[in-house]
Ligand binder design. Structure first.
Ligand SMILES: *Cc1c(COP(=O)(O)O)cnc(C)c1O
Length: 355
């Protein structure tokens, strides 16, 4: 049975987009594909405000979490951790035999520039890895401030997981000074999963050239080689690329500023509701725009609530990992707008007798 997705990924894909996703297949080495690719990349560069490289990887975002480490970290990386996804990235670095260090904060708190500066002054790192929007805790890290610290250390690259912030907030990649940034299509873009958009600076390409064992599937230099022919190294997920092209047309059609403003409107409204009836998990000032993480101060059964919401064709998400029982999360990415969110919140009020 259909349920509208108020979960933090995968996100709601509306009927118009579902039709686009049913576009007949073309060969990935055909002229039709090259045209699609050649349309898509400049739009992504415009969205990310970058003159660097933009590539399309056929995998969920975790693929590029690993690929970024393989390509750009010869030895040591520092991971800013504040929840489950930033910890996953650290574990990926360890699994690839890197000397990874963790600079952790309590779940619900942001990674702050001061502690990073101290850590970088103590030890030299090839890269700093940060998750812009930590989906497990609903915290949005201060990316600009973090980037200005990294800039003080010239040999250190900045790698950014923007899985739940790309296409949700404005991220001017070159201006901020990001060397590698990525997002899977099933979050802010409101598409199915299967493709990860990533952008790499010239500095990142140079670094990759100095790393011998970059792996095969996510070799950035291979992506560049195929990019020259408007192609991807392996067979891409073609329906998603048609969808992405359509989504970018929608975003530029309404103006990105307006698109971003509508996301913030939903976040603001959801936070207001959460503060009235519950409490927010993130430290004030660092609340995510993509999802609202709520402390379950009323000790409601999220499972029961979700069951009742399901009967009305909606679903939200419980907390992530160790916060499973203590929190719940409302995602407001993808094909949703304020009236969808209002309907969800009013329905929760009714089910829980909140009014
Ligand atoms: C969802 C998510 C990931 C992992 O994405 P997959 O596409 O499932 O591999 C990584 N980081 C963040 C912040 C996420 O929200």
């Amino acid at each position: 049975m259909y349920k509208k997705l108020f979960i933090p990924g995968p996100t709601e894909v509306g009927p118009e987009m579902l039709k686009v996703l049913a576009t007949p297949q073309v060969g990935h080495r055909s002229g039709e594909f090259q045209e699609l690719y050649a349309r898509l990349i400049p739009k992504l560069k415009k969205l990310l405000k970058t003159s660097g490289h933009v590539y399309l990887a056929t995998s969920s975002a975790s693929g590029i979490m690993e690929g970024s480490i393989r390509n750009l970290v010869p030895e040591r990386c520092l991971h800013l951790t504040c929840g489950a996804f930033s910890e996953r990235w650290y574990e990926i670095a360890i699994a690839n035999g890197k000397q990874a260090d963790k600079l952790a904060v309590e779940w619900g708190k942001p990674n702050l520039p001061g502690a990073l500066d101290e850590a970088l002054a103590r030890k030299k790192y090839d890269a700093v890895a940060v998750v812009h929007n930590e989906t497990s805790t609903g915290v949005m890290n201060p990316l600009r401030e973090i980037a200005s610290v990294v800039k003080k250390y010239p040999g250190t690259l900045l790698l950014v997981d923007a899985v739940t912030s790309m296409a949700v907030v404005d991220i001017p990649v070159d201006e901020i000074g990001i060397d590698l940034i990525f997002a899977g299509t099933q979050k802010g873009f409101g598409l199915p999963s299967g493709t990860t958009v990533f952008a790499a600076s010239e500095r990142a390409s140079e670094r990759a050239r100095s790393v011998p064992a970059r792996g095969y599937y996510f070799d950035i230099l291979d992506f560049e080689k195929y990019h020259q022919r408007n192609q991807t190294p392996t067979t891409p997920c073609i329906p998603i690329l048609y969808g992405l092209d359509h989504r970018l047309d929608q975003i530029f059609g309404e103006e990105p500023e307006r698109w971003f403003a509508r996301r913030l409107e939903m976040a603001t409204s959801c936070r207001k509701w959460a503060k009235k009836h519950f409490a927010l998990l993130p430290e004030p000032g660092y609340e995510s725009v993509s999802l609202t993480a709520i402390r379950n101060t009323r000790k409601i059964s999220v499972a029961d609530l979700n069951k009742k919401l399901g009967e009305r064709s909606m679903t939200l998400s419980n907390g992530y990992g160790k916060l499973k029982e203590e929190t719940f999360r409302i995602g407001h990415m993808g094909d949703l707008d304020l009236k969808d969110l209002d309907l969800l919140l009013n329905t929760i009020d009714e089910i829980l007798g909140l009014k």
